[in-house]
Design a protein around this ligand. Structure first.
Ligand code: ZN
Length: 397
């Protein structure tokens, strides 16, 4: 099947051109030319690469919800083997769910984050058949990484979070254990990402050698943002935003705007809608985290650090799919231009995670595409005016 999208404003993952023709040939993007069985009029519309959420946790129904919103790939950042096996199978066999990459289980200290939230009740609700493996000392690091590789991990995630930012006391990986884990991950060819929520934790992780941080730090105010960003730039790492998550865990009602916007509310599942207003009391975060993270995003951008869009979506909120559109709005409010925000959800995560077949619109790449009314390069919320989504060339109904 060949489908020609004609006369469309094209954001190709890096920049925007007017009046483009884009050909979908099977599951790939192809050079326009020759006959096409179907045509789509792109006049007044913008074509973008399918969106990539660089921080999510995918459980049953989540990948379907993501794809409805044009999120064609989710980067899962901690999951349980029994759940993950099902999600991977769905992503491999179905064309109506987002594609998935995953770290598998996060490496944390016994009793460390996020074991405090993964209680027996939560695990049962998620359909998991066991809790997290943990890493107590450097001697256990290699076996932990080998177990993740055996489960098919695409990258490694470690947690460095002692809870102190919100007065909790959680055991955390020591710098020594973190460094051994990173070394074992790199030796196995995996990128390594760290859960950290403060500047101190971020620097411990970066000193241990991680390739990226899974959250913006939440405890640095505007005055100190540029100095820290310059320091972080020297590590040549990326940072995933997750301001949406920081909102959710600090009780900021910001993302309720998704329920007021008919473009998102009209597409959202009842299960997603039911997560709004949920209180998160057991996740460490600075009370001014939203404001601080916004300053951090802008400062990191000024310092040349890649900031990737991520939501930390879970079945309990933030929501899959719609949440990424909210994150894009928050990134522009933090000071990114709409094009910078769009890069953060397309070409940048693809590059930082080595996904060379997606994240841009170019011949030969996977036909993961999002077509919207209007121009999200001037009004970021136009990403919500979805007219079509293709997932590896499969047009969604
Ligand atoms: Zn997460």
């Amino acid at each position: 099947m060949r489908t020609l999208i004609r006369n469309v404003r094209l954001f190709d993952g890096e920049r925007t051109v007017a009046g483009a023709d884009v050909l979908i040939d099977g599951d790939r993007i192809a050079e326009p030319g020759g006959p096409a069985e179907a045509e789509v009029d792109g006049t007044g519309r913008t074509l973008l690469p399918g969106l990539i959420d660089a921080h999510a946790h995918a459980f049953d129904g989540d990948l379907e919800e993501a794809l409805k919103f044009g999120v064609t790939t989710e980067l899962d950042m901690n999951n349980l083997p029994s759940v993950l096996a099902v999600q991977r199978r769905q992503a491999a066999e179905r064309d109506d769910v987002a594609d998935l990459r995953s770290s598998g289980m996060i490496a944390t200290a016994p009793g460390g984050h996020p074991t405090q939230i993964m209680t027996p009740d939560v695990l049962a609700a998620l359909g998991a058949d066991g809790g997290l493996d943990t890493v107590a000392d450097p001697g256990q690091a290699k076996a932990f990484v080998e177990a993740r590789l055996a489960e098919g991990a695409d990258y490694l995630k470690i947690a460095i979070d002692d809870g102190a930012v919100s007065g909790m006391k959680l055991p955390a990986l020591t710098p020594e254990v973190a460094a051994v884990l990173v070394e074992a991950g790199h030796a196995a060819g995996l990128k390594v990402v760290a859960h950290t929520v403060t500047a101190r934790e971020a620097l411990v992780a970066l000193d241990a050698g991680v390739d990226g941080l899974a959250h913006l730090y939440s405890d640095v105010d505007r005055e100190d943002a540029d100095e820290l960003a310059a320091r972080i730039a020297s590590y040549d790492a990326f940072v995933v935003s997750t301001i949406t998550f920081i909102e959710a865990v600090t009780g900021d009602p910001g993302q309720a705007e998704l329920l007021r916007d008919p473009r998102t509310a009209g597409r959202m599942s009842a299960r997603s809608k039911a997560t709004f207003g949920r209180e998160f009391t057991d996740i460490p975060m600075h009370s001014q985290g939203v404001l601080n993270a916004a300053h951090a995003a802008a400062a990191l951008l000024r310092a040349g650090v890649p900031v990737l869009a991520g939501t930390d979506a879970t079945p309990f909120g933030p929501v899959h799919g719609a949440g990424l559109h909210h994150e894009l709005l928050l990134l522009t409010e933090a000071g990114l231009t709409p094009e910078q925000a769009l890069r953060a959800a397309t070409s940048l995560p693809a590059r930082c995670f080595g996904l060379s077949d997606r994240g841009r619109v170019a011949p030969g790449l996977r036909a993961d595409l999002l077509l919207v009314d209007g121009d999200p390069t001037t009004d970021i919320t136009a990403t919500r005016s979805i007219t079509d989504v293709w997932r590896a060339g499969a047009r969604q109904g």
